[in-house]
Design a protein around this ligand. Structure first.
Ligand SMILES: Cc1ncc(COP(=O)(O)O)c(C=O)c1O
Length: 504
C-alpha cells in the first residue's frame, strides 16, 4: 500500500495558514517547489483560481467560470492526476481536487504517466455523489429536485457549525435564515426540511380557527401533491380555482371564488395561496399586487408557495423582495433548481416565524445539527441563484434560455406545447403527439436520459451537459412525431385525475 497524505501536506497547510482567498497559482507554486509530480504543470500558471478552503488532506478551490480554465487542463495529458480529476469535474462550476489523497509513488519515482495513473485510479472514489454535472442529476429531466449538490457545497459542509438548532444556537443555520429574511425583506426566516413543510407550517400559522378556507389554483402543489396535509394539519377547506387564462390566477378569478360574507353555510376564505412559478409559469408581479390589495381589504392572509420563486426572479419578473412584499409568508426551496441536497426556508414576521418554529417542533422538524444541510443551501443561493437581487451571476437564466431552445426544437418539428415556456420547464403536449408517457420514458432510457411523462425540467446540470442532452432530445422528438402518424389511431390519453409522479 502506498502511503497517503504524504504529498507536500506541510506545504499545503502552510498555504492554508495564509488564509482564504489567495490565488491558487501562488499556492500551487509553493506546493510544486516541494513536490515533483506537480512541478512542471503549465496550465496552473496560466489559469486563475481562488483558494477557498483547505482542510487536512484536501485542497478545495473554485474556478472562475467565465474563462473556462478547465479547457487547458483537459488538453494537458502529461499529468494524469490533474487531467483525470479535472476532466472528471469538467463542466461543473466548482472543483474539489484532492491533492493530498493523490499519493505520489512511495519512492517519489513514478517513471511513467501510466504508473501515476494507476496510483490515481486507486485514489479516486469509484462512486462519488459530488461530481456535479456528471452526477445523478446530470441526465435526469424529470425534475429539478434531481439536481445533486456540488463540491463547493461539500466544502461548505466541511466547515459548517454543528450546534443545536432546537436550542436556536447554530450559527450556520441562523446565518442562512437571516440571509433569506434579508433577501426577501422579511423580519425572520425558518429553515424547514422540505417545501411541503414550509407550506404546511405557513398555513398552520396563518390560519387560526375553523371554519376557514384556503383559495388556490387547482394545479397547486398544496392541493395536488401534499398528501392532503392542509386538511389534516389545519382543518381548512381548500377551494381550488381554475384560472380563466389557463396560466395564472387573476384578481377576477379570486373575486369570483372567495367566500367573503358571513353566511353560516359557507367556509370563509382566510388565506389565498399563490404558487410562483406554477408548472414553470410566472404569475406577474402586477397580478400579485392586485390580489394582495384585495386580500388586505378583506383581512385575508396571503401565502406564496415560492418553491421556484427563484426562477421567476431570475427571469426578470421582479426581485425576491418585491414579490415577498405582497405576501405574509413565502416558502422557497433550496433543493430544486438551486441544487442543495435538502431544505427550504419560510419567511415572514417574527411573530409568525416563532409560531411556525413551534409547529415545526410538533411535527418532528426541529433539527439538532442542521449545519450539514444549511451550509450547502447558503452556497446554492450564491452560486446557483446568484448574488444579485435578480439572480445576477447565477445559473438559472441559462437554463431558461436552454428550455426555450428545447421547446423550439419540438415545435419546429411540429410538436405542440401544453404550457408556454416561461422559465425552466418544457411541457410537451404528448396527447397531441399521441405518445404515451411510458413511450418517451422508454426512448429516454435507451439513450441515457430520464423523463417523467411530458414535463422536461431544464436544470443547471442539464445545461452543463447540453452537448450530450440536446442532440438526444432532438432524436427522441423526431421519433415521437414520426410515430404519431404511424401509431396514432391506437392512442388513448390518460383518463381522470392522475399524479404526474406515479410513485407508489
Ligand atoms: C411548487 C412546489 N411546492 C412545493 C413543493 C414541495 O417540495 P418538497 O418536495 O421539498 O416537499 C414542490 C415539490 O416539487 C413544488 O413543486
Amino acid at each position: 500500500m502506498r502511503p497517503r497524505h504524504t504529498f507536500a501536506l506541510s506545504t499545503l497547510l502552510s498555504v492554508a495558514d495564509n488564509g482564504v482567498g489567495r490565488d491558487l497559482t501562488a499556492a500551487i507554486a509553493s506546493v510544486a517547489s516541494a513536490s515533483a509530480p506537480l512541478r512542471t504543470t503549465p496550465p496552473l500558471e496560466s489559469s486563475k483560481f481562488k483558494l477557498s478552503r483547505l482542510s487536512t488532506g484536501r485542497l478545495l478551490y473554485t474556478v472562475s467560470r467565465s474563462r473556462h480554465p478547465l479547457e487547458s487542463f483537459k488538453s494537458y495529458k502529461g499529468r494524469p492526476f490533474l487531467y483525470k480529476n479535472l476532466d472528471h469535474y469538467l463542466g461543473t462550476r466548482s472543483l474539489a481536487a484532492t491533492f493530498s489523497t493523490v499519493a505520489p509513488p512511495a519512492s517519489n519515482s513514478a517513471s511513467s504517466s501510466a504508473e501515476m495513473a494507476q496510483v490515481i485510479d486507486q485514489s479516486i472514489p469509484k462512486s462519488n455523489a459530488w461530481v456535479g454535472s456528471s452526477g445523478a442529476g446530470g441526465y435526469d429531466l424529470r425534475s429539478d429536485t434531481m439536481t445533486t449538490p456540488t463540491s463547493s457545497m461539500l466544502a461548505a459542509i466541511q466547515s459548517c457549525s454543528l450546534l443545536d438548532d432546537v436550542f436556536n444556537e447554530d450559527p450556520t443555520t441562523i446565518d442562512l435564515e437571516a440571509h433569506c429574511a434579508a433577501l426577501t425583506g422579511k423580519e425572520a426566516g425558518l429553515f424547514v426540511l422540505s417545501g411541503t413543510m414550509g407550506n404546511q407550517l405557513a398555513l398552520r400559522s396563518l390560519l387560526t380557527q375553523p371554519p376557514h378556507g384556503v383559495l388556490c389554483d387547482y394545479r397547486s402543489h398544496i392541493v395536488k401533491y401534499e398528501a392532503g396535509g392542509v386538511s389534516s394539519l389545519t382543518g381548512a377547506t381548500l377551494k381550488p380555482v381554475v384560472p380563466k387564462n389557463g396560466i395564472y390566477l387573476t384578481l377576477e378569478d379570486v373575486k369570483a371564488n372567495a367566500y367573503l360574507d358571513d353566511d353560516v353555510h359557507t367556509c370563509p376564505t382566510r388565506v389565498i395561496s399563490l404558487e410562483n412559478t406554477l408548472n414553470g409559469m410566472i404569475m406577474p408581479l402586477e397580478e400579485v399586487k392586485r390580489i394582495s390589495a384585495f386580500a388586505h381589504e378583506h383581512d385575508i392572509k396571503l401565502h406564496c408557495d415560492g418553491a421556484r420563486l427563484w426562477e421567476a426572479v431570475a427571469s426578470g419578473a421582479g426581485s425576491l423582495a418585491e414579490f415577498a412584499s405582497y405576501f405574509d409568508t413565502v416558502s422557497l426551496c433550496f433543493s430544486k433548481g438551486l441544487g442543495a441536497p435538502i431544505g427550504s426556508i419560510l419567511v415572514g414576521t417574527k411573530a409568525l416565524i416563532k409560531h411556525a418554529r413551534w409547529v415545526r417542533k410538533s411535527i418532528g422538524g426541529g433539527l439538532r445539527q442542521p449545519g450539514l444541510v444549511t451550509a450547502p443551501a447558503r452556497v446554492a443561493i450564491d452560486e446557483t441563484f446568484g448574488k444579485g437581487p435578480n439572480g445576477e451571476g447565477g445559473l438559472l437564466r441559462g437554463t431558461h434560455v436552454l428550455a426555450k431552445e428545447v421547446a423550439k426544437i419540438w415545435t419546429d418539428l411540429g410538436g405542440k406545447l401544453e404550457y408556454p415556456v416561461h422559465t425552466n420547464m418544457v411541457w410537451l403536449d404528448l396527447n397531441d403527439a399521441k405518445c404515451p408517457g411510458a413511450r418517451i420514458e422508454e426512448l429516454g432510457k435507451e439513450v441515457g436520459l430520464r423523463f417523467m411523462e411530458n414535463r422536461l425540467v431544464i436544470h443547471f446540470q442539464i445545461l452543463e451537459n447540453r452537448h450530450f442532452v440536446v442532440p438526444r432530445l432532438e432524436a427522441i422528438f423526431k421519433t415521437i412525431l414520426e410515430e404519431k402518424t404511424k401509431n396514432g389511431a391506437a392512442f388513448e390519453g390518460a383518463k381522470g385525475e392522475t399524479s404526474m409522479y406515479g410513485t407508489e
